[in-house]
Design a protein around this ligand. Structure first.
Ligand code: HEC
Length: 268
């Protein structure tokens, strides 16, 4: 009797918790429902999309958003968008070397005590567009472009949230909405106003694989890239999870078989 009371209490608590959770989720602006290849227990990153997304990051977002925690080399590590089985060591991957060479980083101090600039190497992290937060705000009308390293994981429904922000700009705010100075109307952002000007427009980039660069396509691609950056070990973790499940299943079968064998001749 006591046990069933306890069970009922647990169920009630869990049920309450779930409803409370969904109430919070539905409080924010409505998000677009887009599906991504990396969602679900079997999901993996669409490598072509992540490569295109890197191009979008590179040509647009990186002018304002940093990605400080991500090493250039990780693009070519297993699970990364530019991983190449012929060059499993990312430092020897010619694509990674070429990408690193596109960036300049500040290094030092040298023997004279001065800082100096040099071309980036695969082991460097992505350089930031601004030297510090104050400089970033000063260039963006007081708003701070957040670092991208873990943004997808840090926001609730991260992929849908970022996709929605990128694709929901409207030229004019509806009647009754007073836009503050330097703000843009975007119903997907909390409060409906965002300090970021629309970063994507049709054909902003030219994809080398011939994909048409619509705003929705670029948003989808850059979100795939950012999701990878936020969780580069996801594929490995899912694979490991499945192996453990299969192992446990086989183990359970064996245990059942031996249980049957041991008790075979015992009379009930
Ligand atoms: C011209 C500079 C600039 C560019 C280019 C830019 N952003 Fe932003 N972004 C900002 C600023 C500034 C904010 C902060 C806005 C605010 O707080 O009102 C921001 C905010 C965001 C947010 C909301 C983050 C949050 O805190 O929830 C997302 C998502 C975002 N940017 C994604 C992107 C993506 C993806 C790109 C490239 C396609 C990009 N941005 C390009 C300046 C920029």
């Amino acid at each position: 009797m006591r046990l069933s009371k306890l069970t009922a209490t647990i169920f009630a608590t869990v049920a309450l918790g779930t409803t409370a959770g969904s109430a919070i989720a539905s409080e924010g602006p409505e998000l677009k429902h887009v599906e991504f290849s990396f969602e679900g227990p079997f999901g993996t990153y669409d490598k072509a999309a992540a490569q295109r997304g890197f191009q979008v990051y590179q040509e647009s977002c990186s002018n304002c958003h940093s990605m400080k925690l991500v090493a250039i080399r990780s693009l070519g590590e297993p699970g990364g968008p530019f991983y190449d089985e012929e060059h499993p060591n990312a430092n020897d991957n010619p694509v990674i070397k070429a990408i690193a060479a596109m960036f300049t980083v500040t290094d030092g101090p040298d023997s004279e005590g001065d800082m100096f600039e040099r071309p980036a190497k695969p082991f460097d992290h992505f350089p930031s567009p601004f030297p510090n937060e104050q400089a970033a705000r000063a260039s963006n009308g007081g708003a701070l472009p957040p670092d991208f390293s873990v943004l997808v994981s840090a926001r609730e429904h991260g992929p849908q949230y970022i996709y929605s922000i990128l694709t929901s700009y409207e030229d004019e705010a509806p009647d009754g909405v007073e836009l503050r100075d330097g703000m843009n109307y975007n119903p997907a952002f909390k409060g409906g106003q965002i300090g970021m000007p629309p970063p994507l427009f049709e054909d902003l980039v030219e994809y080398s694989d011939g994909t048409k660069a619509s705003v929705e396509q670029m948003a989808h691609d850059v979100v795939t890239f950012m999701a990878w950056a936020s969780d580069p070990k996801m594929e490995e973790r899912k694979r490991m999870g499945w192996m453990v499940m299969i192992y446990l299943f086989i183990f359970a079968l064996l245990m059942y078989g031996s249980y049957k064998a041991v008790w075979r001749d015992v009379e009930h």
